[in-house]
Design a protein around this ligand. Structure first.
Ligand SMILES: [Zn+2]
Length: 262
């Protein structure tokens, strides 16, 4: 075989390899320089779950403002209040997640004015009956958290009855954590009811809403999900209107309570 024959045999193999190499370089460069690729891999700074309590007493402009904040805010509605069912239906129509905000006995406040109040005097079947009736008022509510309840959540027996009732109807529980001795979270875990623990109250002191929100944001750096509870108050609405869009732009992710419980 002559030298020229060798060269002729070599060319067909060399050319396609060279072209493939060029295409690889061009396509690779386009992929790396595409800004949309860079945005999609930007790290999430933290996951925040916001629950707003005490819906059910009115449906005015300030209440409706909460429905314009962010679709992933979870609304907690008091059963037996004048606007309970109306708010539940309004939330459903706009695609919001709701939970029952169940009145529970407190050491400090008199919650006996609530017809749905859970307290230690109730036996297991009455607890179950009240919980089931509450979910009839807001049929699409996915879970329940406690309104007040510093005394009730400290009762192991009552929390067992609540856990068994929720397990039967496949609902979750958020411990509002109004008592450092609360047995709610641990009892729900034991009975297999998906649960979470409130980390920060935003607005018990209305002069500190911004700094409480900052604390919640900081917690989201160290926890998989930071859970905060606010209330349906105009001052809370005003600060959330300013802060939520800013936090989203900065890379914080707002998630629904049903995605936060475990
Ligand atoms: Zn409440």
């Amino acid at each position: 075989m002559s030298k020229s024959n060798l060269n002729n045999n070599y060319k067909p193999f060399f050319l396609p390899s060279f072209l493939t190499f060029i295409i690889f370089l061009v396509v690779g460069n386009i992929y790396l320089s595409n800004p949309s690729q860079a945005i999609s891999v930007a790290p999430i700074k933290g996951n925040i779950c916001l629950v707003i309590d005490d819906f059910g007493f009115s449906l005015n402009k300030d209440v409706k403002g909460f429905f314009e904040l962010n679709k992933n805010i979870t609304l907690a509605i008091i059963p037996g209040a004048p606007y309970t069912q109306i708010i539940g239906e309004y939330a459903d129509s706009l695609g919001f997640e709701t939970i029952i905000h169940m009145p529970m006995e407190s050491y400090k406040q008199d919650s006996s004015l609530y017809s749905y109040e859970l307290n230690e005097q109730l036996n297991a079947s009455l607890v179950e009956e009240k919980i089931n009736s509450a979910f009839k008022e807001v049929p699409n509510a996915l879970g329940l958290n406690n309104h007040q309840g510093s005394k009730a959540t400290g009762s192991l027996q009552l929390m067992k009855d609540v856990a068994r009732s929720l397990k039967k109807i496949d609902k979750f529980f958020l411990d509002s954590f109004t008592n450092p001795e609360s047995r709610a979270y641990i009892t729900m875990r034991r009975y297999g009811v998906p649960t979470q623990l409130r980390q920060v109250f935003l607005d018990h002191d209305e002069s500190k809403i911004k700094s409480n929100l900052d604390s919640l944001v900081s917690l989201s750096h160290t926890m998989p999900i930071a859970v905060g509870i606010g209330h349906v108050k105009p001052t809370t609405l005003k600060i959330l209107e300013e802060e939520i869009p800013r936090l989203e732009l900065e890379g914080y992710n707002f998630i629904r309570l049903s995605n936060a419980v475990q």
